[in-house]
Design a protein around this ligand. Structure first.
Ligand code: CO8
Length: 259
């Protein structure tokens, strides 16, 4: 896509890969990069060939956060009126297909927040997670104070946000921020494999499962269980449900129609 200057996109089978590509600024989230990223995610979400999406960076940096140079010049009113933050948080929440974040190198500030906006995170052994905004005289602005506490608990989240200290990939895995840590060269292939597996299931069922899990962040247990049961029962209306149950009983592989 010739309109893209800050990201690269490709498809491998039914998996779409978006690679942040502003290496000179460690993939910092400029307004232009955010726009391209969101455009690509929305296009892949609509693309019937795509069953899962990967967001990654390069070996040195997944993403070093908001573009500090771009943000420095903003007044309160300009920052308030800048839609980047709201756009990125709301738009990524609205994507139906699962997003896997593949993190090598720095995932700092908005970069750590972007990783947390992904549904699953795979990290390379040298990945570094952090919310260093405090060192710049600000606080996380795209979910850091809200999502980190849910991912790793108050003790560690508060410590990270108030000290600005980073967390290694191994620590992040132990704390529950990432699903898997792998050697640097293996992490993207492993994520593509997982994404291919996910893309091989019924698309509406995958989307419903993602929705149910994400709703757990919003609802109390009783309402969450109720919401889950409603979605569970709704899958009975899918022809893929008939197919999946039938194929099991007939001891054959299911042929999903994604309806
Ligand atoms: N913004 C703009 N440029 C950046 C950023 C950034 N966040 N991070 C690095 N760069 C640039 C550097 O200025 C440098 O450019 P140049 O070569 O022209 O001088 C280049 O990338 C390479 O960086 P370094 O020379 O600093 O590389 P080092 O290996 O010495 O250090 C670090 C790497 C430790 C990652 C260091 O670059 C760093 O600390 N970066 C800033 C990290 C940070 O503070 N991030 C938080 C930003 S605030 C934020 O994210 C608020 C969240 C708001 C939500 C975002 C959604 C829009």
């Amino acid at each position: 896509n010739t309109g893209q200057q800050n990201i690269l996109t490709e498809k491998q089978g039914n998996v779409a890969i978006v690679t942040l590509n502003r290496p000179k600024a460690l993939n910092a989230l400029s307004g232009a990069l955010i726009q391209e990223l969101l455009q690509a995610l929305k296009a892949f979400d609509k693309d019937d060939d795509v069953g899962a999406i990967i967001i990654t960076g390069n070996e040195r940096a997944f993403c070093a956060g908001a573009d500090i140079a771009e943000q420095k010049a903003l007044s309160f009113t300009q920052a308030y009126n800048t839609d980047y933050l709201r756009d990125i948080v709301d738009s990524i929440l609205a994507i139906h297909k699962p997003i896997i974040g593949v993190v090598n190198g720095y995932a700092l500030g908005g970069g750590c927040e972007l990783a947390m906006m992904c549904d699953i995170v795979y990290a390379g052994e040298k990945a570094v997670f952090g919310q260093p905004e405090i060192k710049l005289g600000t606080i996380p602005g795209a979910g850091g104070t809200q999502r980190l506490i849910r991912a790793i608990g108050k003790a560690k989240a508060m410590h990270m946000i108030l000290t600005g200290e980073n967390m290694s990939a191994t620590e992040a895995e132990k704390a529950g921020l990432v699903a898997k840590v792998l050697p640097v060269n293996e992490v993207l292939p492993a994520a593509i494999k997982a994404a291919t597996t996910i893309a091989g299931y019924s698309r509406p069922v995958v989307a419903i499962a993602k929705e149910a899990v994400n709703e757990a962040e919003e609802l109390g247990l009783r309402n969450g269980l109720h919401f889950e049961r409603r979605l569970y029962h709704s899958t009975f209306a899918l022809s893929d449900h008939q197919e999946g149950f039938g194929a099991f009983l007939e001891k054959r592989q299911p042929q999903w129609k994604h309806v």
